[in-house]
Design a protein around this ligand. Structure first.
Ligand SMILES: [Zn+2]
Ligand SMILES: [Zn+2]
Ligand SMILES: [Zn+2]
Length: 160
């Protein structure tokens, strides 16, 4: 949901069938973890999956109601917190946006290639993140989350 530049093809989101498949997987993950996929958690994840791009919290709040009703902000923020905790979504701090995780259940450091022109973000597996665990241990830290954010131009915008 970037401020659309002319270069970007907005076809990164999942279609309805893939969204419901992904929601089913997410629900199964909740059950395995002894958590509940409540209505708000499900709806926020659905919006992220359908977008396929980083989405700002206020856009989620605005798009929340199928009937065009905005959500109460705390509802959306609590849902995002939960999705992040379960690894179903990631927060990309440098652009204050959220994105559905595309890398499955295995615990992983998230790394994003972020386009500064169209706002697209691709989640990639960073070899660099593993390198933090040694120094963390030496400094007595237990790492809970690692997110690497790389900024630049995507292929579409470079071709622009
Ligand atoms: Zn991920
Ligand atoms: Zn771009
Ligand atoms: Zn662009």
């Amino acid at each position: 949901m970037g401020e659309a530049c002319a270069h970007h093809r907005h076809d990164t989101g999942l279609g309805p069938a893939d969204v419901s498949a992904a929601l089913g997987d997410a629900e199964a993950r909740c059950v395995r973890r002894g958590e509940r996929m409540t209505g708000p958690r499900r709806r926020v994840l659905e919006l992220l999956l359908a977008s396929g791009e980083p989405v700002k919290a206020y856009d989620l709040i605005a798009a929340y109601g199928a009937d065009g009703q905005a959500a109460k902000p705390p509802t959306v923020y609590r849902a995002l917190e939960f999705l992040e905790r379960l690894g179903l979504a990631h927060r990309i701090a440098s652009i204050s946006a959220y994105v559905a995780c595309s890398h499955g259940e295995r615990a992983h450091a998230a790394a994003f290639l972020i386009c500064d022109c169209c706002g697209a973000a691709v989640e990639v597996s960073p070899p660099a993140a593993a390198g933090l665990s040694g120094p963390a241990e030496q400094n007595g830290y237990v790492l809970e989350r690692v997110t690497i954010e790389g900024h630049g131009l995507c292929a579409d915008c470079r071709a622009g």
